[in-house]
Design a protein around this ligand. Structure first.
Ligand code: ADP
Length: 273
């Protein structure tokens, strides 16, 4: 009951000396656990009533003559908003379960070529759903390189990054002569296995980059909302990557495009036989 959590830092000091700083993080950790539990509980409590409301709305709209023509628009909007709320709640639950999971992630060998092919296909579907004109989504995956990790969690990382690339890249059209392109890459870079997604989209101003993985941080709320965003995707990505000891790097140029990459430790490499 009297567990104390200390954060210890060793800082080089003058004359080859070292300074030891010890910080008592016990209170901070306690509050953080309370915050996580609170969010998880609220999300869980909201899930059922929202499902009921969504269910009734669906029944009413499907029922012949139940909704007068002049109200159909309002019903469609209500349905849309309940779907949005449900998505936010599901993401909050995913985030809190990942954040509070102290167990090591599963360590099975993931067939990366197959997984990324399927992520690419989902991307093509998403692009078609969002726009009349499709993006071109390239995939360049080293066929001999696999990864050890938790497949469900990592799939969510790769899908989130690819779906963001699509959502923040105009698909382009024949008139402008431009086409939105997305490049998915999986390869060894300086000996480390790296997954990256480069897009040719709207880009991100430098001042926002460090804050993108904060919960609900969005550069442009309306664009995020229009394309079905919850503002939680990159927080989920960050936490899954931390669990896999991987580093997330973001580089971007406004109006040119962005690259999001995840560099995994060498120890996670699995070479295909
Ligand atoms: P959202 O659901 O809003 O997309 P995310 O956590 O996935 O939430 O991303 C946070 C914000 O980062 C987005 O709202 C957007 O402003 C910015 N962002 C993420 N990916 C990209 C990208 N590929 N290009 C430009 N902006 C991006």
């Amino acid at each position: 009951n009297s567990e104390v959590i200390l954060e210890i830092q060793l800082i080089p000091f003058a004359n080859n000396q070292k300074l030891l700083i010890s910080r008592d993080m016990t209170q901070y950790e306690k509050v953080d656990v309370m915050r996580r539990d609170f969010i998880a509980n609220v999300s869980h409590e909201l899930r059922t009533p929202l499902t009921v409301v969504g269910g009734f709305l669906e029944t009413l709209t499907d029922m012949e003559g139940a909704v007068p023509d002049n109200l159909k628009n309002y019903f469609a909007m209500m349905e849309e908003q309940t779907i949005r709320m449900r998505r936010i709640i599901e993401d909050l639950l995913t985030l809190s379960s990942i954040e509070s999971n102290t167990e090591e992630p599963d360590d099975s060998e993931i067939d990366m070529s197959t997984l990324l092919k399927s992520v690419q296909n989902d991307g093509i579907g998403l692009s078609q759903g969002l726009n009349k004109n499709k993006h071109i989504i390239h995939l360049d995956a080293d066929p001999a390189l696999n990864l050890n990790g938790a497949v469900d969690e990592l799939r969510s990382v790769f899908s989130n990054l690819v779906s963001n690339a699509i959502r923040y890249t105009p698909a382009g059209d024949k008139k402008s002569g431009k086409t939105g392109e997305i490049f998915i890459r999986w390869a060894l870079v300086n000996g480390e296995p790296v997954f990256s997604v480069r897009d040719t989209g709207i880009g991100i101003e430098q001042q926002h980059i460090d804050r993108l993985t904060e919960r609900f941080y969005r550069v442009d709320r309306s664009r995020s909302r229009e394309t079905g965003g919850t503002g939680l995707g990159l927080s989920i990505v960050k936490h899954i990557l931390i669990r896999h000891q991987a580093k997330l790097e973001i580089s971007s140029e406004l109006g040119v495009g962005s690259t999001f990459s995840a560099a995994f430790p060498k120890a996670r490499i699995a070479l295909k036989k």
